[in-house]
Design a protein around this ligand. Structure first.
Ligand SMILES: [Ca+2]
Ligand SMILES: [Ca+2]
Ligand SMILES: [Ca+2]
Ligand SMILES: [Ca+2]
Length: 517
């Protein structure tokens, strides 16, 4: 262990309390029904094939730009209609990869890849169910520690093939991480969904990770909050969210009251006319209320919370398809419950995937965006946050992807966030690429505690900001001499982490610190 950053007292401190979703939903063109016929995929992709030549020209031009990111060789399989998350699945401190989607043969896969030595990946052979898309869109997965045992578990949703009567099978399964490279389905009883988006967060501040589940189920579009009762069971709270598919969700405490709120997008009827973007405030007692905003309704998009101006208030990145075309907008959180479009000039995208990360370690959150733009180019761009709501395309020369998933993580453990891009490439073939970040690291971004609160059962709930994608470990002590590793925090929205210390309930004082491997 090196780089122990923080020591702080067990007491409540003022500050923000942030959490959110790393899950990104990416979807394809509108269809009302979700048929079981995989041929629909090819129909939907025809327009993308037609524009491939134009896109190749654009890539050739950008290849002359300075290479902040360079392609690395990995054994990870190409995958499209994909959902990819990274986490420290085997507790070695290096970000591992859970990937799902359609492989080069357009067969659904779901694989766990262990980050063996700084960016060299080997397949866990975890025996998870293969999932892809039912002709149109992505699976959705998330990772988080449902059992509070320090080992990240998986939520896996999507289309898992057809049954004996040729009806589509949608799944939503919770797989518990047994810690030896094996996982077991705990039969959580969630409704199966496809074309959706999921997010994990502790909505009740009881230390148990809850589930936000959206997408198309056998009974139509759903958006449900399932409370984790802490004993391996989940219960639907029927909080009244509108059902959506082609959805994207993000969790964040936008009003800094300690309760995790929901940003929800998608279409309620399968068409652009049903697109919504809604903010639901968590009232803290198991109920949510819809807060009116001016955010345009989007579907086939991706949303994220991030504090772009470092004022402690979570702002919004919104992408997707509106009634008037694709958008990519940054909305400033004004702090009074309202948001303002900052018109930062990012290219509108749908079938999109986004990631927020401080790739150049200057403390300002930058934007990685991918998808189909208004000219039907497939793009993948890094926009650097230079402050004062100015973002600059660094012309990173990355290949465009759509209907996929982009992720930032420090795969080679050098303090610089690397990129994983997956989805359909400009020729509508599944792809997956990992790029090494060559930025000169200045390591100015130290983790910072944003809140520490005592829960009703006297366990301690920590929130902190840190470097996105890094595998922090939380340590505790009562005397500053002996330190006990408590486990790995959950990273929700990029750079925001949460951890609950259930072992502190009878202690008069407690000291915490964070480390990176
Ligand atoms: Ca809140
Ligand atoms: Ca802000
Ligand atoms: Ca930055
Ligand atoms: Ca790196």
């Amino acid at each position: 262990m090196k780089n122990s950053h923080l020591v702080f007292l067990h007491r409540r401190v003022a500050g923000t309390h942030e959490y959110g979703s790393g899950a990104v939903a990416v979807v394809k063109p509108e269809v009302l029904a979700i048929p079981a016929c995989p041929r629909r995929r090819w129909v939907a992709d025809l327009h993308a094939v037609a524009m491939a030549t134009m896109t190749v020209i654009l890539l050739a031009r950008s290849a002359t730009a300075a290479s902040v990111f360079t392609l690395t060789n990995t054994a990870l399989p190409s995958v499209a209609y994909s959902s990819v998350v990274c986490g420290n699945f085997n507790n070695n401190g290096k970000p591992d990869v859970l990937l799902t989607g359609a492989n080069v043969s357009f067969a659904g896969i779901c694989q766990v890849w262990r980050n063996q030595t700084n960016g060299v990946f080997t397949n866990f052979t975890a025996a998870l169910p293969g999932i892809s898309s039912n002709a149109v869109t992505s699976s959705a997965v998330a990772q988080g520690d449902f059992g509070n045992d320090g080992k990240p578990d998986f939520l896996i949703t999507g289309f898992a093939g057809v049954d004996g009567n040729s009806f589509p099978v949608y799944i939503s399964q919770v797989w518990r991480n047994l810690g030896n490279g094996t996982f077991t389905n705990i039969q959580a009883g969630l409704p199966g969904v496809d074309n959706g988006a999921v997010a994990l967060g502790d909505f009740y501040n009881d230390g148990n990770l809850d589930i936000l589940l959206t997408g198309y189920s056998s009974t139509g579009a759903v958006a449900q909050v399932w409370r984790n009762l802490g004993n391996g069971t989940f219960t639907n709270l029927n909080v009244g969210l509108p059902g959506v598919l082609y959805s994207s969700v993000a969790l964040g405490d936008y009003d800094n009251d300690g309760n995790l709120d929901i940003l929800l997008t998608g279409t309620t009827n399968g068409f652009g006319s049903g697109s919504i973007t809604e903010l639901w405030r968590n009232l803290g007692n198991g109920t949510f209320t819809n807060i009116p905003t001016n955010l345009p309704g989007v579907s086939q998009g991706a949303v994220a919370w991030g504090d772009f101006n470092q004022d402690g208030k979570l702002d919004i990145l919104l992408t997707g398809y509106t009634q008037t075309g694709a958008v990519c907008q940054v909305w400033q959180n004004l702090g009074n419950g309202s948001f303002s479009n900052m018109n930062v000039g990012l290219p509108g995208v749908y079938q999109s995937s986004v990631a927020l990360a401080d790739y150049d370690n200057d403390g300002k959150l930058d934007i990685l965006l991918a998808g189909l733009d208004k000219q039907t180019n497939v793009i993948c761009q890094v926009w650097r946050n230079t402050g004062n709501w100015v973002f600059t395309n660094i012309n990173a020369g990355l290949p465009g992807v759509r209907s996929g998933s982009v992720v930032c993580a420090d795969f080679d453990n050098d303090g610089r966030l690397d990129l994983l891009l997956s989805g359909l490439d400009t020729n509508s073939n599944p792809t997956l690429r990992v790029y090494h970040n060559n930025t000169v690291a200045n390591n100015t971004f130290a983790p910072r505690i944003t809140s520490l609160k005592t829960l009703t059962n006297r366990s301690q709930h920590l929130s902190f900001s840190g470097q996105p994608g890094f595998g922090y470990t939380v340590w505790a002590s009562t005397n500053l001499v002996q330190w006990t590793s408590l486990g790995v925090p959950n990273e929700g929205s990029p750079a925001t982490f949460q951890f609950t210390d259930l072992s502190a309930t009878n202690l008069p004082a407690r000291l915490y610190r964070l480390s990176r491997p």
